[in-house]
Write a protein that binds this ligand. Structure first.
Ligand code: ADP
Length: 542
């Protein structure tokens, strides 16, 4: 017997069609380069995304050709998110925070043919243009100024479309976009998403236990659109046809709060660094911003510290801890409490909420150490491995990579986690950042979160320091809040009792700032270079 259902393809085209036709009056707002708000509706977005698809096709874009973007978060980037795949091209988002030579390497590796770039990023482009080989470059004016002479204007390019474009038939397994890992742990590697993986990921995302998207709300992606499809948030927003709000070039915590208040943003997402600053401003200026009741923030990319989750709750803002990788579309885990957990004590509830949470539907997980699954006891650590339709099965031009894919078909995340009996995972480290002391693992992430709970501490990163007796011992690099004071002894006694004695850092160094990766994560390799020298006469841990 066969099913009687149609073989409809899971592609972006019907999502765009539905949003364009039946959400035509709903707004998409972008804060542009001059701080002014650009407003238009889904009807405009639909027309322009189709015009981009047609213009690209007329310009000779062939099936699966790459079109790169070098843009901030705004409506034109959204047009590219849909217009390029609709033309059967592949959207390749370039990370504007990388070194110019790295961007050039990535653009060459991906064989990008065309580029759409913000005018404010032309000085960056000038630094690597000659090392890449874009056939045509379309420039977006993000402010009042016209596109500089010598460049093609994106708006003129859109005008080459006639409007009678018939989108090609696309199979759901065809590529839609690509993104390179940011290279925190090695050379950037290309991940190629399909229409199907993107649609499935968006369905997963919009559910009420996850992003809780609704057409009654307004979504603002703070996570850059050049990073892992802005966590898929724009695709989810078009799927439900909700209002979208984009923060534009160089967003600051203040400009975000202004925008959230003015446009009634109900749901957003970004890395913890951004939200730490947002929280600081909220606390310094009580009552200045009237934010939408029930505002929901997806925080991920690195661990959302428990004190941050508690503090936002006091402002009526709900943090949803989220986890994923470029390789996994990206979100595979989100943290929500099960109904019977509401009766737990406050500390237990927050301890759960600071975990990375539960796997989303169709994502299978296992936690492995020494070739076996570890017990689900919330303590034993192992590597998180994933499989499913939103997980990459290989890297672009790198068909086999035994370090990242097991012979039985699982993707190795490189994250060390524990899993509890309820199925919640908790990241204790990245494989490369683990601290192994006397043969036992110490979680740098747990120590960092605890230190960041000290009232004088703005940020803390814990790294492994080579040690003659114990192999490695933890060293804490601490940034104090402006004007705040704390001594090493105070920090040590603050941690005492929270961890086994042998987990406590051997030393604390105070720094002005912690170096970060292009996506805002602590750059621990750099910290190790800076600080992790074996200390003369290092104390044995006890
Ligand atoms: P890169 O691998 O180059 O840093 P990604 O954005 O793909 O770029 O990073 C994915 C990694 O980020 C994960 O493997 C994990 O180490 C970390 N990460 C993502 N979300 C979280 C989270 N909620 N808590 C802790 N770490 C996280």
């Amino acid at each position: 017997m066969e099913s009687t259902m149609m073989h409809g393809q899971l592609t972006l085209a019907p999502l765009l069609e539905r949003a364009g036709r039946y959400r035509a009056g709903i707004e998409i707002v972008s804060r542009m380069g001059d701080g002014k708000l650009h407003r238009y509706t889904y009807a405009d977005f639909y027309r322009r995304a189709r015009a981009l698809a047609e213009a690209l096709t007329r310009a000779g874009l062939r099936r699966h050709d790459r079109v790169a973007t070098l843009m901030w978060n705004h409506h034109v980037h959204l047009e590219a998110y849909f217009g390029i795949p609709l033309a059967r091209g592949v959207l390749h988002t370039l990370n504007l925070r990388l070194f110019p030579s790295e961007i050039a390497w990535i653009a060459r590796h991906a064989e990008d043919r065309f580029l759409i770039v913000d005018d404010v990023l032309l000085p960056l482009l000038d630094q690597f243009k000659n090392e890449a080989s874009f056939e045509r470059i379309f420039v977006v004016s993000t402010g009042e100024k016209p596109v500089p002479a010598g460049y093609e204007d994106y708006e003129q390019f859109l005008k080459t479309a006639t409007g009678d474009f018939v989108p090609p038939q696309i199979e759901e397994t065809e590529p839609l976009g690509m993104c390179y890992t940011s290279g925190t742990t090695g050379r950037p590697r290309g991940v190629v998403y399909s229409h199907r993986s993107t649609v499935v990921h968006a369905y997963n995302g919009v559910m009420p236990d996850h992003w809780a998207f609704t057409m009654l709300g307004a979504m603002c992606p703070v996570v850059p659109m050049f990073h892992a499809n802005a966590w898929g948030l724009p695709y989810g927003a078009v799927m439900v046809g909700m209002k979208q709000v984009y923060p534009g070039p160089h967003p600051t915590a203040e400009s975000l709060l202004d925008l959230f208040a003015a446009e009634n943003v109900t749901v957003s997402g970004g890395v913890p660094t951004v939200w730490l600053e947002v929280l600081r401003l909220l606390e310094q200026n009580p009552g200045r911003w009237r934010l939408a009741p029930g505002l929901r923030l997806m925080i991920g990319g690195s661990a959302a510290p428990e004190p941050l989750i508690r503090a936002f709750d006091r402002h009526g803002i709900t943090v949803v801890h989220a986890y994923g990788l470029t390789e996994t579309s990206p979100m595979t885990h989100l943290c929500g409490l099960k109904p019977y957990m509401k009766d737990l004590g406050e500390d237990q509830r927050y301890a759960y909420r600071a975990k990375q949470g539960l796997a989303t539907p169709l994502v299978e997980q296992r936690v492995m150490a020494e070739g076996k699954e570890v017990p689900a006891d919330g303590k034993t650590m192992g590597e998180l491995q994933l499989r499913g339709p939103i997980i990459t099965g290989s890297y672009y031009k790198l068909p086999s990579d035994p370090d990242k894919f097991t012979s039985d078909g699982w993707f190795c995340t490189g994250d060390i986690v524990s899993v509890d009996a309820e199925g919640y995972i908790k990241i204790t480290d990245r494989t490369k950042d683990l601290i192994k002391s006397g043969g036992e693992w110490i979680s740098s992430v747990d120590l960092e979160n605890a230190i960041m709970g000290h009232p004088a501490v703005a940020e803390a990163a814990v790294i492994a320091m080579p040690h003659p007796k114990w192999d490695e011992r933890p060293l804490a690099v601490v940034v104090l809040k402006p004007g705040a004071k704390a001594t090493k002894e105070e920090l040590r006694s603050f941690l005492e009792g929270k961890f086994a004695k042998w987990w406590l850092p051997d030393d604390y160094v105070f720094a002005e700032s912690i170096p970060r990766t292009s996506t805002g994560k602590f750059l621990k390799s750099k910290l190790r270079e800076m600080y992790a020298q074996p200390a003369a006469g290092a104390k044995a841990a006890g």
